[in-house]
Design a protein around this ligand. Structure first.
Ligand SMILES: C=CC1=C(C)c2cc3[nH]c(cc4nc(cc5[nH]c(cc1n2)c(C)c5CCC(=O)O)C(CCC(=O)O)=C4C)c(C)c3C=C
Ligand SMILES: [Fe+2]
Length: 444
């Protein structure tokens, strides 16, 4: 498979920019690019916006004016953190094959990085579906053929077990990187009301695939799993269909499955100082993690049926915000600050156990995290109850920030309606420079 990583012909358009946020300006489609290459213009030097327009129009595709669908893979930070949150998620956790070596891990990260660059540009792997050796499977599984790049981002994380082994006590060093374990990279403790399923928790590696199109996200995870065969295997994965956070002020605040606006007070992509303080890892960590972050995932089952029987007053009391506007119960608009000191008839207007009070930075020593979760529905059970909830994702400079918040939520009114059923924590290396692979500095 490695040898099949080269494009069918010359290099399609390059997409310049940082993987740290704003999208590029191209809308290449897989079929269009293949058609273009197949038409004998493979050697055409295509660069910049003009080249992109030529490529897109020759392929019968769209030229992108004002609409963009490629988020560069390379940049100072990995894409998919402050990138405006796309609407679809396929999150996957992987475990290394037992007996795999340091070289296997390096080659895996190299292959994944090469593949991620192509996938995020909307290009198929290898020669795509081009006829090749009929006795071999095609290089690409094909279901994204003809689809746009869809703002796909692929964000890679490394589990603590890669550094310590997954055995009892975690005292091994299977890949020779134990000395690079950051001091802050401690396992998450157990929390009150956890009902975690081990088979859906943790993992040696994780990949967060976000896109505008679910098929693009699924295609990416599927092909990354496929080229990883023999080195790592899929441990569990989760689909999400509606973002529950905004990371850019240009985005409307979405709603979670309890019908409330979610993500109002998130850390936004233009909050440079807050990002440096709360999201990006700094000099406290080894070089490979600087400019990176830690990702926490929590699959949180929401008892939809019980919630739907609760009165509007009870629902609003639970969050401390109005359901329609998402405004604090103390008044103003969605983005106005709640007045936690306000009282009515001698009682706090925002309940002492309301979610937004307990999660607010004022209650947590100034702690902030960047939330990037998704709604999910996994079907229903024999009682006719939806297996639905929030696949919570947060990025933070130190996992201790999440621990602090989650402990603070111990008496959250929301606790009556939710259960945490899966958990994960991974270190997300800093951004990938052109010609490098994700996490490369870990092996220097
Ligand atoms: C440990 C961190 C958090 C978990 C777990 C969590 C679960 C969770 N949250 C909602 C819905 C909302 N959360 C809101 C705000 C909010 N939540 C957290 C943290 C966790 N939430 C924070 C840090 C904040 C922001 C607090 C602030 O700065 O004011 C809101 C209000 C709107 C908003 O600001 O986003 C909603 C709604 C659900 C449904 C849920 C578990 C299923
Ligand atoms: Fe919350």
């Amino acid at each position: 498979m490695n040898g099949a990583m080269e494009p069918a012909g010359g290099e399609p358009e390059e997409v310049e920019g940082e993987g740290s946020g704003e999208t590029g300006a191209l809308r290449p489609s897989r079929r269009g690019l293949l058609g273009l290459l197949g038409a004998g213009v493979a050697g055409l030097a295509v660069g910049g916006a003009g080249g992109a327009a030529i490529a897109a129009s020759a392929a019968g595709g769209q030229t992108a004016a004002g609409r963009s669908s490629v988020v560069p893979f390379h940049g100072e930070h990995q894409a998919g953190i402050v990138t405006p949150a796309q609407d679809r998620l396929h999150f996957a956790a992987f475990n290394m094959v037992s007996g795999s070596s340091r070289d296997d891990l390096i080659q895996l990260l190299r292959d994944w990085s090469e593949a991620a660059e192509r996938l995020t540009q909307g290009r198929p792997l290898g020669t795509g579906l081009e006829p090749g050796d009929a006795l071999l499977p095609p290089d690409d599984t094909g279901e994204a053929e003809g689809l746009q790049a869809g703002n796909l981002t692929l964000t890679f994380g490394l589990g603590r077990s890669l550094f310590t082994g997954s055995g009892e006590g975690g005292s091994e060093d299977p890949y020779g990187i134990r000395s690079q374990l950051p001091a802050a990279f401690e396992p998450l403790p157990s929390f009150a009301f956890d009902l975690l399923e081990p088979a859906q928790s943790g993992g040696d590696l994780c990949v967060q695939a976000c896109a505008d199109d679910p098929q693009v996200a699924v295609h990416a995870i599927r092909n990354l799993a496929r080229i990883a065969v023999g080195r790592t295997h899929l441990a569990w994965s989760q689909l999400g269909f509606g973002r529950t956070a905004s990371t850019s002020r240009r985005q409307d605040t979405p709603r979670n499955l309890f019908g409330f606006k979610d993500g109002t007070m998130n850390v936004m992509s233009d909050e440079t100082e807050a990002l440096a303080e709360h999201v990006w890892v700094g000099d406290e960590a080894p070089a490979w993690l600087r400019g990176g972050s830690y990702i926490v995932t929590r699959k949180i089952l929401m008892t939809i049926e019980a919630w739907d029987r609760a009165s509007l007053a009870e629902q609003e009391r639970t969050f401390g915000r109005t359901k329609l506007a998402g405004a604090p119960l103390t008044g103003g608009g969605e983005f106005d600050h709640p007045d936690f000191a306000a009282e009515r008839d001698g009682a706090p207007v925002i309940d002492m156990a309301a979610h937004v009070r307990l999660a607010h930075p004022d209650q947590n020593g100034g702690t902030r995290i960047l939330r990037r979760g998704y709604n999910y529905v996994d079907g229903s059970n024999e009682l006719g109850q939806l297996g639905a909830g929030l696949f919570f994702i947060s990025f933070q400079r130190d996992p201790a920030a999440f621990v602090r918040l989650q402990r603070s939520l111990k008496h959250d009114l929301l606790g009556e309606y939710i259960r945490h059923i899966s958990s994960g924590l991974w270190a997300v290396p800093g951004g990938v420079r052109r010609g490098e692979f994700v996490g490369q500095r870990l092996f220097d």
